[in-house]
Ligand binder design. Structure first.
Ligand SMILES: Cc1cc2nc3c(=O)[nH]c(=O)nc-3n(C[C@H](O)[C@H](O)[C@H](O)COP(=O)(O)OP(=O)(O)OC[C@H]3O[C@@H](n4cnc5c(N)ncnc54)[C@H](O)[C@@H]3O)c2cc1C
Length: 381
């Protein structure tokens, strides 16, 4: 049992967001302790499964675009500090019916923020990228800066750089209890008690179990990914196949070219709408999970519909409006909570890390995070 030690900031949860926060805090000279319940990295939360999509055409809300631009800069900076490529550009396709949210929202983002794009019909898309077989009357927005980030490697990169700047990171040390104190915060684990002026909770699917104020606002959900071996692998190489978000009759899906695992990677947003307890859920993917993803692949990407190579389950942490939570608690301003998920957060890790460091160090940030305030839910809690 360690005796009490003190830090400027404790970061609880060293996944996508916590690792980035540790890096940004440490490089700005703060004494940081990062505590992670599992390994660094691990496959129990929201950030595993090789890669995550990044795109500028942001149908969720155009106000994410300035954050995305900063994220691209910070991903490139992280790569050069780490010495490894983390961001792969493939272009991105956002497609739906012409009056659907995915296409129209992406178009609005591009127009408002002067982002280059092309509009293609489903038929033109299939001609240009023959792995695609969307309905011919579907409308697709192609944006050339889209691509994917290697998510587990990104966590390793942020943690290595954080440690290089003096951060203390402990894995396999779950936070059991914490308390706001007059001087800041006290955090207890099975191995020690730690004190700090501030705490950042970036605990992903466990956030609501640690911070009562957000339970009910950050709700974990089971999600499943599959990798199918293409019959024609040449059509699904990163240089031939842009990442995608598409809405079709069956729902909203996303996918990737073959990378890291010999398969076309595909997932369905809110797979079976299964809310879970993050400590106790069905992690092992099953035949029904495969059937959902295979049915979609067979219909819209038939040349990828070969034997399954890998399946993984993962946690989405959803807010009621699917926008992030990044804020201080009203009841304890030394406590910062971060839930940038709802299935679309990973691409923002470095800018969220920068914002969390701004909030802890300066009390404010130059980035516009008004969309992520907790008080927008006040009417519902
Ligand atoms: C299947 C899937 C596909 C996705 N696709 C995309 C995509 O294409 N593009 C995109 O931008 N986003 C995507 N997302 C969303 C993105 O992955 C998440 O927004 C992101 O991973 C969230 O990071 P996080 O740091 O909040 O969570 P995590 O990375 O899970 O980190 C939380 C950490 O907190 C730790 N923790 C929890 N409780 C404690 C405790 N008591 N003590 C210590 N540590 C604790 C956990 O172990 C974990 O390591 C996807 C998510 C999933 C699940």
């Amino acid at each position: 049992m360690e005796t009490t030690s003190s830090f400027d900031v404790i970061v609880v949860g060293i996944g996508g967001m916590g690792s980035a926060a540790c890096n940004h805090l440490a490089r700005r000279g703060k004494r940081v302790l990062g505590l992670e319940r599992f390994d660094v990295p691990h496959a129990m939360g929201s950030s595993h499964g090789v890669n995550r999509i990044i795109r500028l055409a942001y149908y969720e809300d155009p106000s994410y675009v300035p954050l995305l631009r900063r994220s691209y800069e910070l991903w490139r900076e992280l790569e050069s500090g780490f010495g490894e490529q983390l961001l792969h550009i493939t272009g991105s396709v956002d497609a739906s019916a012409a009056d659907g949210e995915v296409f129209l929202g992406s178009l609005r983002s591009c127009q408002l923020h002067d982002i280059p794009y092309e509009v293609l019909t489903g038929a033109q898309l299939a001609e240009r990228f023959p792995g695609y077989r969307l309905p011919p009357d579907h409308t697709a927005l192609f944006q050339p800066d889209g691509g994917f980030i290697l998510s587990e490697r990104a966590i390793v990169a942020h943690v290595e750089l954080a440690i290089g700047s003096g951060a203390t990171i402990h894995a396999r040390e779950p936070v059991l209890e914490w308390e706001a104190t007059p001087a800041g915060v006290r955090v207890d684990t099975a191995k020690g008690t730690y004190e700090a002026e501030q705490v950042i909770f970036s605990a992903g699917g466990w956030l609501g179990t640690l911070v009562a104020e957000v339970s009910g606002l950050a709700v974990p959900e089971r999600q499943v990914l599959a990798w199918f071996q293409p019959a024609e692998p040449g059509l699904f190489r990163p240089e031939k196949f842009p990442v995608f978000n598409v809405t079709v009759d069956e729902g909203r899906y996303y996918g990737f070219p073959v990378y890291g695992i010999p398969g076309f990677k595909v997932g369905r947003y809110h797979h079976l709408d299964e809310t879970i307890d993050s400590n106790d859920w069905e992690r092992e993917p099953n035949e029904a999970d495969e059937a959902i993803l295979r049915e979609f692949t067979a219909r819209y990407f038939p040349a990828a519909n070969g034997p399954v190579m890998t399946m993984k389950s993962c946690i989405f942490t959803n807010t009621p409006d699917e926008h992030f939570i990044v804020d201080r608690l009203d009841s304890a301003s030394q406590v910062i909570v971060a839930s940038p998920c709802s299935g679309h957060g990973f691409k923002f890790c470095p800018v969220i890390g920068e914002i969390l460091a701004d909030l802890a160090i300066d009390g404010t940030t130059r980035h516009d995070i008004s969309l992520f305030r907790l008080d927008r839910f006040m009417a519902t809690i």
